[in-house]
Design a protein around this ligand. Structure first.
Ligand SMILES: [Zn+2]
Length: 292
């Protein structure tokens, strides 16, 4: 049977077809538009704990897995602390002793530096505190370190620190104790009794990077002091040294890498600001403030 449509019926069919086609095109267009929208992430299914420090308390707490943080948070620097590096506090009398000269701050300059720090709101605190994320809140935090355990640590540095109610971290070479120009056992005890922090600088000031793991271990353990902090002799070390220090319970280690330490500094590669001696007070201030 042949279907014959009137003009009116044809017109209705054509209109319905156009409407149907329009709806189909709209649906299709909507799907294409939706597909082209930027993809949004679904909400995280768990809470993320933000931490302000990466420093764990290794001696008193078992290691816990670090929370997963986004890259922008994990690279955030929340504090900067200058760790100053001193050696001798003395007057070099031999003009030919260039090495000695470059390692020596005069007692007068040292007193002026500590006075300036104190008058400008700096507050010293132990390196071990920094390595556990405990930062001095009394003022601008700063750490003073003294390498090698020379006797002027007791005769020159200590009186100045006490006068200004500041403190230092002294790195001791255990086999050098009681030698000429080095701390005596009694002076070492005096530093400790005065509340100064005592750290490990090996037994013999060896180049750890050239020692076997066994020898490194001996040098590290044999010179352990009251605070579990370490200074690499001449800033020489390897990854093995770092691993041994961590295994032996040391919280951190300082190097001679020149920079201001932050909460992001690697714990076993902490940078320091070298105070050579001979700087003007302005140069000292610029070094402390990270301007040189
Ligand atoms: Zn040294």
């Amino acid at each position: 049977m042949k279907l014959k449509l009137t003009d009116r019926q044809t017109s209705v069919v054509v209109r319905l077809a156009i409407i149907g086609l329009t709806i189909a095109l709209m649906i299709c267009g909507y799907n294409i538009w939706k597909y082209l929208q930027p993809h949004t992430l679904s909400k995280p299914t768990r809470n993320i704990t933000l931490v302000t420090t990466k420093y764990p308390i290794k001696r008193t707490q078992p290691a816990t897995p670090a929370p997963v943080l986004s890259i922008s948070v994990s690279k955030q620097i929340t504090y900067r602390v200058p760790i100053l590096m001193y050696h001798y506090i003395r007057i070099v009398t031999n003009p030919a002793d260039r090495l000695g000269y470059n390692l020596s701050v005069t007692p007068q300059n040292f007193a002026a530096q500590v006075q300036w720090l104190t008058e400008n709101g700096y507050q010293t605190f132990p390196l071990s505190d920094f390595c556990q994320g405990k930062i001095s809140t009394k003022g601008k935090p700063i750490i003073l370190t003294f390498d090698d355990g020379h006797n002027d640590a007791y005769t020159q540095a200590l009186p100045v620190l006490q006068k200004y109610h500041q403190m230092g971290t002294f790195f001791i070479i255990s086999h050098f104790l009681n030698r000429p120009q080095y701390l005596s056992t009694a002076q070492l005890a005096g530093l400790k009794a005065a509340g100064e922090e005592l750290g490990d600088h090996t037994m013999d000031h060896v180049d750890l990077a050239n020692e076997s793991p066994t020898e490194q271990q001996k040098e590290i353990i044999g010179a352990e002091q009251s605070s579990p902090v370490f200074a690499y002799p001449s800033s020489k070390y390897t990854q093995t040294t770092e691993q041994l220090l961590a295994k032996d319970g040391f919280l951190c280690a300082v190097t001679e890498i020149p920079a201001i330490a932050t909460n992001q500094s690697p714990l076993y590669q902490l940078p320091r600001v070298r105070i050579r001696g001979g700087e003007t007070l302005s140069e000292f201030i610029a070094a402390v403030e990270g301007k040189i």
